[in-house]
Design a protein. Structure first.
Length: 582
């Protein structure tokens, strides 16, 4: 194997590590690639992106400079360089870098936004350092006020270590990267930059990728960019349906191939996909190296539910991009199209792989959204595939056995696995709740019993358990409600009858049997209940309670209780411990 081949092997390893956010590992692979082939600009670009992901912008800048020196006509190198300069506070240099890159790609949206951000930051800083925090100028005072008035950062200004670091950053903004590991500095930077409209360390602007917690620079897989190719919108990747193919306006007469593409786009809009394919095929015949024609044709196959053919077409386009000159934005679109084809086939692992490869080429927010959708679909698919009622029953029986032995934590684990295997079986949630009650984990037990009743509202034993849980949590008004609902399902149920009787007796005797601390705890529970809060906000109830306090023997109170709705609300306040009678 030659040095170049071995270097490309390390580059591929670096790309994979980068996709997994293993940036230190990626740097090691790209460094090895550089040692084997120090003249490949892509290696430096990739390593620059990895350094930036770790907030090491000085190292990122050095690699970006090397990338540009090797390949000065490659626009993406200027994107890397501008990014590093921006986050080092070198706004003049960043502005000049983005302008140079735009000479090569005038319509590059990423660099246009980068230029705008650099110019805005330069204006705001006005030579003051760290976003304008120099001396005691008004802007600096504004920054301090922003930190002081933010509840998450106000206390920082009493921390001498924080103030020392902040002072260093005023004088030496290039030291920001080394301080980003400090959570206080990172949070302060978030607040400051967000206020300036430039994002923060944890949410940096999309034009540069995110160099903080969510930073995801765009990675190269191949060698270089066509310097004068104009990038126009095309069908956006969807999980299922595809968007429309691009229609690229031209200032000069269209080539025969472009004319065919335009005709194809028109047929696509009319949903005449077979006719559109004929025009795209003609365009490919006239210009077989234009990947957009393949991409649009693949979109037609996805629309007609032929994802295998779409993948085949995308692979042809990807093969074309293996030359030395390629358009990384167009390649990213083809990779995303291939991913959406796999998504249509519900092969979500493959879909995620190709979406990630697309993001390595071009950090498109729309593709990021697709990744989130596919991750959700994959999770749902895995849960669905895991369902097996027979295995679930085995775990339920094992859980019952362990419960009978008093091994409640072990029983809970068995019930949890049974639920994963059959999440629609209401009994499993009731069994788990019962085991949790034995461990006095009442809030957790309540969640399971509520899920049980959601699945089967007629499960009277679950209503009885719900009443017990509320009783143990001193939520007597809710316990009464649970037992009454159980008795509506089965009027003769002994558990609900006895539970309701015990609860009402406890409410009646509560003033005598409860300590002041217990009364206070029950009141605290009640006042956190939205239903109790709503009753207390009821104007009619408020008047009754005020009159009752001022005139305890007012006969109008007894008259008001003849109203069933009022009586029900008053009884709930009594049961909750908010109102004490006698």
């Amino acid at each position: 194997m030659s040095n170049i081949e071995e270097a490309n092997k390390y580059k591929a390893l670096g790309n994979d590590a980068f996709a997994k956010k293993e940036y230190e590992e990626a740097i090691k692979h790209f460094t090895k690639a550089i040692e084997l082939n120090p003249n490949d600009h892509v290696f430096y670009s990739n390593r620059s992106a990895s350094y930036a992901s770790l907030g090491k912008f000085e190292e990122a800048l050095e690699d970006a400079k090397k990338c540009v020196s090797i390949k000065p006509d490659w626009a993406k190198g200027y994107t890397r360089k501008g990014l590093a300069e921006y986050y080092l506070g070198l706004y003049d240099e960043a502005e000049a870098t983005y302008k140079k890159g735009l000479e090569l790609e005038p319509n590059n949206a990423q660099m246009l936004e980068g230029l705008q951000k650099a110019q805005e930051a330069k204006q705001e800083s006005a030579g003051a350092g760290f976003g304008g925090m120099g001396g005691q100028n008004p802007f600096y005072q504004q920054i301090l006020m922003k930190l002081l008035t933010n509840p998450e950062t106000s206390a920082y200004l009493q921390d001498p270590d924080f103030l020392k670091k902040l002072g260093d950053l005023q004088k030496n903004p290039q030291n920001l990267a080394q301080y980003l590991s400090d959570p206080k500095i990172k949070k302060a930077f978030d607040v400051i930059m967000k206020d300036m409209g430039a994002g923060g360390a944890g949410d940096m602007p999309d034009f540069a990728g995110n160099a903080g917690a969510n930073f995801k620079p765009k990675e190269e897989k191949m060698d270089e960019e066509k310097p004068k190719e104009e990038h126009k919108p095309e069908p956006k990747p969807e999980t299922k349906p595809e968007s429309k193919p691009e229609s690229k306006p031209q200032a000069k007469p269209l080539s025969p191939a472009e004319e065919e593409k335009v005709k194809g786009n028109e047929e696509y809009k009319k949903r005449n996909f077979d006719q559109a394919i004929l025009h795209y095929d003609k365009a490919i015949e006239l210009d077989p190296n234009e990947v957009i024609y393949y991409n649009n044709k693949a979109a037609c196959y996805i629309e007609t539910k032929q994802p295998e053919k779409a993948i085949e077409i995308c692979d042809k386009a990807i093969e074309i991009c293996k030359g030395s000159n390629y358009d990384y934005v167009k390649l990213a679109k083809v990779l995303a199209r291939k991913a959406s084809a796999y998504a249509q086939m519900e092969k979500y692992d493959q879909a995620l792989h190709w979406y990630q490869q697309s993001l390595l080429e071009n950090n498109d927010p729309k593709v990021k959204d697709e990744v989130k959708k596919i991750e959700k679909l994959k999770k749902e698919q895995e849960a669905k595939n895991y369902i097996n009622p027979e295995i679930s029953e085995q775990h339920r029986l094992k859980g019952n056995e362990l419960y009978g032995q008093g091994k409640y934590p072990e029983a809970i684990k068995e019930y949890e696995e049974a639920i994963r295997r059959n999440p629609s079986d209401a009994r499993l949630y009731a069994n788990k709740a019962t085991a949790l009650m034995k461990l006095m984990e009442y809030p957790s037990a309540m969640k399971d019993i509520d899920k049980c009743l959601e699945l089967d509202p007629t499960y009277v034993k679950a209503w009885a358990k719900k009443g017990v849980i509320h009783f143990q949590m001193k939520e007597y008004h809710k316990a009464v409600e649970a037992y009454e609902k159980g008795l509506k399902v089965d009027p003769e149920n002994e558990e609900c009858k006895k539970g309701l009787e015990k609860t009402k007796m406890t409410i009646m005797m509560g003033s005598y049997n409860e300590t002041p601390e217990e009364q206070e705890e029950r009141l605290r529970h009640a006042m956190a209940d939205p239903e109790i809060q709503a009753i207390l906000r009821d104007p009619e109830i408020s008047i009754i309670l005020r009159n009752l306090q001022e005139r305890p023997n007012d006969p109008n109170f007894l008259a008001a209780l003849r109203n069933p709705d009022v009586a029900s609300k008053i009884n709930k306040l009594v049961a909750a411990g908010v109102l004490r009678m006698g």
